[in-house]
Design a binder for this molecule. Structure first.
Ligand SMILES: CC(C)(COP(=O)(O)OP(=O)(O)OC[C@H]1O[C@@H](n2cnc3c(N)ncnc32)[C@H](O)[C@@H]1OP(=O)(O)O)[C@@H](O)C(=O)NCCC(=O)NCCS
Length: 174
């Protein structure tokens, strides 16, 4: 079910008329009885790393040293965070980043949506935003490494598995 359809079908929506607007970098949900809720995207790379860690914890990812996470963010080509903004409060609900050679290639890493906000179309919106930004930088070859359980999520966004038989290869230290 689509994000908007879902929102319109929830109980709050059933009693309060609402008006959903998609405005470029922002998804806005207006309800008469509740403060306006906005879903916003940001490319600021200065994030609260503890908040990011909590988000990653919520999907069960292994913890990583914060100094390395900080370095990874600093050296990423693009960092995208997704926020729920309600009045003056904001909450980090999604994240993704990409590394790049700044000319031809970019690789997407660390795509995550808070479990509370999953299955509402927000992962798709986050990915589309990221891809739009990469295409805006004239990057034409966008790759990623998909966990087996999310291959279809990426497929729906146009990613191909092993195009022309190309295989991803990994080297790990012994
Ligand atoms: C994968 C993830 C980012 C998807 O976010 P989401 O907000 O739940 O996804 P959406 O609601 O935008 O889904 C978009 C579409 O993909 C589909 N989809 C979502 N997750 C899927 C999955 N795991 N497998 C197959 N399809 C999936 C949805 O059904 C929807 O289909 P539709 O467009 O036909 O309606 C989210 O589940 C997540 O953070 N998972 C944990 C972290 C993770 O595994 N990240 C990926 C690492 S490679």
């Amino acid at each position: 079910m689509g994000f908007w359809k879902k929102l319109l079908n929830n109980s709050a929506a059933a009693t309060a008329p609402q008006d959903n607007i998609f405005e470029g970098d922002m998804i806005i949900t207006k309800r008469e009885t509740a403060p306006e809720t906005r879903i916003c995207f940001s490319t600021q790379r200065e994030l609260d790393l503890y908040e990011l860690e909590e988000l990653c914890d919520r999907v069960g990812w292994a913890r990583r040293p914060l100094r390395k996470v900080r370095k990874a963010l600093q050296h990423s080509f693009l960092v995208v965070s997704m926020w729920e903004v309600r009045g003056k409060s904001k909450r980090l609900i999604g994240f993704a980043r990409a590394t790049s050679d700044h000319a031809f290639n970019a690789t997407i890493w660390d795509v995550v949506v808070d479990p509370e906000y999953q299955s509402k179309g927000l992962g798709k919106a986050l990915m589309k935003y990221l891809i739009k930004k990469l295409r805006g930088e004239d990057i034409s070859n966008i790759t990623l490494f998909a966990d087996p359980g999310v291959i279809d999520f990426y497929r729906r966004l146009g990613f191909m598995l092993d195009p022309e038989g190309i295989k991803g290869m990994f080297w790990y230290p012994d």
